[in-house]
Design a protein around this ligand. Structure first.
Ligand code: HSE
Length: 315
């Protein structure tokens, strides 16, 4: 039930939390966008007992102890700021496979806090929700990066200018279609981050910040050519691409099929490729399947778009 102001007057809300692509090739830890699917589903109920109860309704065997669960950690962080004797029961159905590289942990964390906030009549600000969600993200990836959580919360493309304090800029963009391939190998973000050193040669830094700046300019001005030219990563991709079977071949085939460019989605193993229209996105999908036709591991592909909507609620 909702009031005239759209407030939820019941004790339950259903949450659909989207997959996201972090880094957007050149923007390691500072750029990310929301996808128009897949979505994790959570049914959150406000209870009269302080604490969080997690019921997993999928086959991923994720922890149910709140302190060990991304949803649990994010909600416990929120409950620390709540004086009343209330808590939350969360029935979680994960569709976004953990370790797939399309923001599975962020979908859990961001979806949980948006849903719970709705049951508290939206008493927390977006920045506060981001802090709670980042507490959840941090236990999964061992780092406090917001390039999945922010677009999951806000939709569209987010630029993370700073995490401490939170300073997120929403970036406008023309229509962009996305082709995703997910080789079914698990890459843990924490492991994938260990491959990266602590320093970047100045020459590479110059190339990278040139590309980040021009990508933002291309997005603001709907300049597809500039967007494409800017999708270059000389800092992270050279280290991480070895985690992804036939990465260079996938990318080359996608470019021949008309992609603007793309790269590793977050910490991998998924790869995303951008295009201007749905027909090209499908051509890219076929080209990738052709590259992978004889491989001895499972993979799946799908096409979608960058979505301006983040977490969706139903009540
Ligand atoms: N920016 C993070 C990384 C995203 O690349 O490690 C993880 O999804």
């Amino acid at each position: 039930m909702t009031t005239d102001k759209g407030e939820n007057t019941s004790n339950t809300v259903t949450v659909y939390s989207p997959a996201t692509v972090a880094n957007m090739t050149c923007g390691f830890d500072v750029l990310g966008f929301a996808l128009d699917g897949p979505f994790d589903k959570m049914v959150i109920t406000k209870t009269e007992r302080k604490g969080v109860e997690i019921i997993n309704k999928d086959d991923y065997n994720l922890p149910t102890k709140p302190e060990d669960n991304i949803i649990g950690v994010a909600l416990l962080s929120m409950l620390k700021q709540v004086d009343e004797e209330i808590g939350f029961k969360v029935e979680s159905t994960k569709i976004i496979k953990p370790g797939s590289g399309i923001g599975s942990s962020a979908a859990s964390a961001a979806g949980a806090v948006v849903g719970a906030n709705n049951l508290l009549n939206n008493r927390f600000s977006q920045d506060e929700l981001m802090e709670f969600a980042l507490d959840g993200e941090e236990i999964a990836s061992k780092s406090r990066h917001a390039d999945n959580v922010a677009p999951c919360l806000y939709g569209g493309i987010s630029l993370i200018r700073s995490v401490e304090p939170i300073d997120v800029v929403r970036i406008p963009a023309p229509i962009l279609h996305v082709t995703i391939v997910h080789p079914q190998i698990e890459v843990k973000t924490s492991e994938s981050r260990k491959l990266l050193g602590d320093t970047v040669p100045l020459k590479d830094a110059v190339t990278q910040w040139g590309n980040v700046g021009s990508l933002i300019a291309g997005l603001y001005t709907s300049n597809y050519d500039l967007i494409g030219r800017s999708l270059v990563d000389v800092v992270v991709e050279p280290f991480r691409k070895k985690l992804i079977p036939m990465f260079d071949e996938i990318k080359a085939a996608s470019m021949i099929a008309g992609s603007l460019g793309g790269g590793i989605s977050g910490s991998g193993p998924s790869v995303f490729m951008l295009s201007k229209d749905a027909v090209t996105a499908k051509k890219i999908e076929s080209a990738i399947k052709e590259v992978y036709k004889n491989v001895d591991f499972e993979f799946n592909t799908h096409t979608t778009t960058i979505s301006n909507q983040g977490v969706k609620l139903e009540y």
